[in-house]
Design a protein around this ligand. Sequence first.
Ligand code: ZZB
Length: 259
Amino acid sequence: QEYTGIKCRVEKWSEKAQQDLFGKLPDGANVYMIPATLRPETMYGQSNLFVSPNIVYGIFKVSDDAYFFMTDKAARNMAFQDIFPKWGEFPRVTSLKGSDVIGSLVNAPLSRQGNVYVVPMETIKETKGTGVVTSVPSDSPDDYAMTVELNKKAEFYGIKPEWVSLDILPIIETPGYGDLIAPALVKRMKINSPKDAKQLAEAKEQAYKLGFYQGKMIHGEFTGKPVQEAKGLVRQSLLDSGDAIVYCEPDGVAISRSG
Ligand code: ZZB
């Protein structure tokens, strides 16, 4: 699986993270949270960053002034993909629990808001991607369902309601589903909660398929272009600007050096 890893620079840590990190990183160090996405063309619509409150994440040194926040497993994989300076090495500076970084503010490249809040998503799988997920409620049914849930039960989740906006930016138009396919599918399939796993999986498959084959960009630099075309263009532009990296997930047991 080939993902695009988006470099979301931490602009302000949550209070808990600030305390935990005190003295652990050099002055002026940039820490990037790295959501792994298959939909770089949707980055205009990022409205939050999701972490799992229960996952322990690492902060790994990738250069003198750049550090990545992600799971150990992702770091280990990246160590074999020319992302770290030394082959096979992924120096961990410290670890933080997802719950400790909730409320941090990060930069979300290409997004309308610029900076977005880190909020919890319990259904994140530790074994997939980087364990960090960027929220695009316009085009991802999971993200939309979680956004509604967080907004409704902010206090329960330990967040402020204003961290999660229900003013969702339309970025892709899909015939028959309008310009907000994820909310449309969630409504049509009567999905009530982020825990409706089976229906959400079905909605996600639909949204992937319809978006890819029939979607057309209605926001950003590639407005008017089909998603199929914009996907690669947005991705390349994020890579060129240094706002993204390529991250591949091996699906076999052995990791071999290639290319
Ligand atoms: C932004 C985005 C916008 C995504 C969209 C999807 C959609 P998949 O399809 O199962 O391979 N994701 C990434 N890592 C995780 C994780 N560890 N646990 C749970 N979800 C994760 O998963 C890839 C997609 O699932 C990624 O692409 C990410 O969300 C999320 F409009 O990034 B995506 C119809 C989907 N639309």
